[in-house]
Write a protein that binds this ligand. Structure first.
Ligand code: THU
Length: 160
């Protein structure tokens, strides 16, 4: 028997003002996207901004449904949108912010497992690392250099 330890490295910035300007701009776009979230059931808004390799930024937000399993996560919405609006252009960074109607969230919210899988797929498809920048409504910012750091032992096409 061998033991194997999985590790992931990320950086913590105490405030968003410590971030490079490009990351601050991306976070500002994600915050704007909170306003377009449709979250009447959970009251949990997720705003995302994707930095495209050609310099453009596109927004996405969660889109809920009275049939709960049909709720669409913000990260998946923006990555699908990026693929169809910008064929052949890679996503280089993703900023994700959240805001709850019920409480102040002062730590970054981790993307769900399904979103991590879709972020990994996008990295693989484009052969391009995606920096993932996470912040709550207030508080510190977590920066991951690669989406795959969020999903150790990810399922991939290597199994198919
Ligand atoms: N949600 C996202 O948009 N992204 C995630 O990574 C986790 C959850 C949304 C789905 C639903 O609209 C609400 O947050 C509560 O789960």
């Amino acid at each position: 028997m061998k033991e194997h330890t999985l590790q992931a490295t990320f950086h913590i910035y105490e405030t968003d003002t410590e971030l490079p300007q490009a990351d601050q701009t991306l976070l500002a776009h994600a915050r704007e996207a909170l306003g377009y979230a449709y979250a009447p059931y959970s009251g949990f808004r997720v705003g995302v901004a994707a930095q495209m390799a050609n310099g453009d930024i596109i927004n996405g937000s969660n889109y809920e449904n009275a049939a709960y399993p049909l709720c669409i996560c913000a990260e998946q919405s923006v990555l699908a949108s990026a693929a169809s609006r910008y064929p052949g252009v890679s996503v280089t960074a993703l900023a994700v912010v959240v805001k709850s109607a019920h409480k102040t969230i002062s730590v970054p919210a981790a993307p769900c497992g399904g979103c991590r899988q879709v972020i990994c797929e996008t990295e693989h498809k484009n052969q391009q690392d995606i920096r993932v920048i996470l912040q709550g409504e207030t508080g510190p910012v977590y920066v991951f250099q690669h989406g795959r750091d969020l999903l150790p032992l990810a399922f991939s096409d290597s199994y198919l």
